[in-house]
Ligand binder design. Structure first.
Ligand code: GLN
Length: 265
């Protein structure tokens, strides 16, 4: 069985598990079974083939995880073992290499995607909104391409793709992990080359211009093209919005397909 963990420190982890269960029903391979577990300890994390970090409050999740060895283990999971990981909302913040937080004393990040996010980009809780999203990757997974209901709650935006760290080539991700117990140093070196491949933009939120105009706000030219609200880099995927707070499990199906492919690789 493939074990998929959902980080259950805080936030919408139960909702993710519910949609994962539904999504698993769409994966038709007969010889496949899934285990879905809540992850609160590094011991639980070790049993996982893939992980979701839910929406919630990234500062809380990070502080709680840092109090144990969980945060370091999460970094290993993402950047050394390079297992499939998906973060939604707060999860995306934690999986970004940098966060432009207006609040100081911000949280420690796990990292994994070479982007900088801007937290709470769309405003406060009462400015939460739902928007129809066109997500081309659902098409590729041969799923109905209807608009996806994007739920944005104090959501982050990807405001910058970070330049690649010098000397780190995309093909370094091929380095086989043949050492059973890598020394700390070897691990650190691999971690430095953690970000694998290019950042792919998986989704853009259009219509911000229109919404801003409705509110009478001034519009900056950069907003015309739309906001980046879904990205993928190698094994790491992130969404600004919360698919787990909808009944639409197409993204969960797509992600499970990615996990199955990674596990069989
Ligand atoms: N604004 C939250 C944070 O900074 C994320 C909100 C969410 O996950 N809905 O962590």
């Amino acid at each position: 069985a493939i074990t998929i963990g959902v980080l259950a420190v805080q936030g919408a982890f139960l909702e993710h598990i519910t949609l994962l269960r539904k999504a698993a029903g769409e994966i038709t391979s007969t010889d496949l079974s899934f285990n879905f577990i809540e992850v609160r300890t590094s011991g639980e994390l070790y049993t996982c083939d893939a992980l979701i970090i839910p929406g919630g409050e990234s500062t809380t999740i990070s502080l709680v995880a840092a109090r144990t060895d969980l945060l370091d283990c999460l970094r290993d999971f993402v950047k050394v073992e390079r297992k499939p990981v998906w973060g939604s909302c707060a999860g995306l913040i934690l999986l970004s290499e940098a966060a432009n937080s207006t609040k100081r004393g911000g949280q420690e990040l796990i990292g994994g995607i070479d982007v900088r996010v801007n937290r709470n980009h769309f405003g406060r809780q009462i400015e939460s909104f739902q928007a129809d999203l066109k997500l081309p990757f659902l098409d590729q997974a041969r799923m109905p391409a209807d608009a996806f209901p994007g739920v944005f709650i104090r959501a982050p935006v990807v405001e910058k793709l970070l330049p690649k760290v010098e000397g780190v080539q995309a093909d370094e991700q091929q380095v086989p992990d043949s050492v059973v117990a890598p020394s700390k140093q070897a691990k650190d070196e691999k971690a430095q080359a953690a970000s694998s491949g290019q950042v792919e933009i998986m989704g853009v939120l259009p219509g911000r211009m229109k919404r801003a105009a409705e509110k009478g706000a001034e519009i900056r030219a950069s907003e015309e093209a739309g906001d980046i609200i879904a990205v993928k880099q190698g094994n790491v995927f992130g969404t600004s919005f919360h698919p787990e707070l909808t009944a639409d499990f197409r993204i969960h199906v797509w992600w499970l397909q990615q996990v199955v492919a990674a596990v069989n690789r």
